[in-house]
Design a protein around this ligand. Sequence first.
Ligand SMILES: [Cu+2]
Length: 226
Amino acid sequence: MLQGRRHIQPLQQQLLVVVLVLVPVTVLAGPVSGTVRTITRAGMTPAATVLYAEPIATAAPRRPGQVTITQRNKTFLPAVVAAPSGSRVDFPNQDTIFHNVFSLSGPEPFDLGLYRAGDSRARTFTQPGTYRVFCNIHPQMTALLVIVPTPHVTVAGKDGRFTLDLPPGSYRLTAMSERAAPVSVEIVSTAGASVSPELVLDESEWVATQHKNKFGQDYPAAAYKR
Ligand SMILES: [Cu+2]
């Protein structure tokens, strides 16, 4: 009987070890939630905020995805899109008229040409960067595409609230919008749900300006009436 127990105990210990090793990997990836507060001038609506978390002690995993910026009613939808580097971005024209898609922003400026309703173009963005995306015909069409060096990225809701699903660890969490300097805080994601400190973006200095066309020149006055 005693011998039998001795045989069983090591097996139980092994099972215990296996359980302890597995639990942190499978269970502890927890959501980190928080809020971005945006300071604006009176009467202004805050721009959409992009949030991304870069691991501090380790390299960010490379996990490219696919996102879509649609052209409809002379508008890019959604107006703010964020994705990990290496992601493919589709730009379908679901309008009834021709549109163009271009950006003069770095590090990979692009011009997808002019294309008709029902057509689509796609581009893969290999490097992090912030792209202001425009149509060379319609100056009112604007979008912001943010390519970040981490898969942990999201766009906050209109109320400033956000959630990121982060494996446990330390991260640099950055909030940014088209109208404010980026703000970063260090956070620790732990078992279960974690809460980030409130981030504050200051858009009070932002002034609206007319962007240039794809040749770096002003749009013709008639373009604003189309
Ligand atoms: Cu257009």
